[in-house]
Design a protein around this ligand. Structure first.
Ligand code: T5A
Length: 195
């Protein structure tokens, strides 16, 4: 089973990825935890480049670098884990590209989706949980967090549209409230229930 957690910057994904992995392991499941961009040598280097405010990155280069990092984590980490019968829980995946690059940067949902599907040779999560409703961004923004209020408004709206684009896979989860309360909603959403 391949699960991705998604949502705007600072919505609490990283916290919820850790809690979900803990819950699944407590149920006896063998779980691989990873993040995007990252999770491989190449991916972590690409992450540094992409989040560095001192490196100029055009919109199409940005989309292709995210896709390249995704190609590597799909080949090196996710496919082998799934083939071994393990669960994978990933902090962001294809939907971040669709929303940030396709919608918020304006590159287009279809072209960005096509680049990512090429990168992963068609690998998609079985379940994608989109957290929404809060913004707990810190006060030291990276290059993408510093993109401005209008950009982040498009990101937040784009994530809400995702569930309409792919209702069989994507579940919206309310991220307001205490960590444990959100974690219970996330765990239920893995089994298909929205909140
Ligand atoms: N990106 C990524 C693209 O543009 N395209 C792509 O294809 C991909 C893959 C990656 C950046 O790259 C972009 C998106 C991003 O801008 P990232 O580190 O994955 O960066 O993303 P961020 O959202 O910036 O990660 P953050 O760690 O900043 O935010 P999270 O993970 O959403 O939030 P989290 O869990 O770190 O929580 C934030 C704070 O809130 C607290 C936490 O302790 C933390 O201090 N918190 C709570 N406090 C109270 N109640 C709760 N329920 C709380 N939950 C968390």
């Amino acid at each position: 089973m391949f699960v991705s957690l998604e949502g705007p910057d600072g919505v609490g994904k990283t916290t919820q990825v850790a809690l979900l992995v803990e819950a699944l392991r407590a149920e006896g499941r063998d779980v691989v935890q990873c993040r995007e961009p990252g999770g491989t040598e190449l991916g972590e280097r690409v992450r540094s480049l992409l989040l560095d405010g001192d490196v100029a990155v055009g919109d199409r280069a940005e989309a292709l670098l995210f896709a390249a990092a995704r190609a590597e984590i799909a080949d090196e980490v996710i496919r082998p884990a799934l083939a071994a019968g393990r669960w994978v829980v990933c902090d962001r995946f294809i939907d971040s590209s669709i929303v940030y690059q396709g919608i918020a940067r304006g590159l287009g949902v279809e072209s960005v989706r096509a680049a990512s599907v090429f990168a992963t040779d068609g690998l998609l999560p079985d379940r994608t949980i989109v957290l929404h409703g809060v913004d707990r961004r810190g006060d030291q923004p990276d290059r993408i967090e510093a993109a401005g209020a209008e950009f982040h408004r498009r990101v937040a709206e784009g994530f809400l549209r995702l569930a309409e684009l792919d209702p069989a896979r994507v579940v919206l989860v309310d991220a307001t409230g205490a960590e444990d309360a959100v974690a219970a909603r996330v765990r239920a959403a893995v089994d298909g229930g929205g909140a």
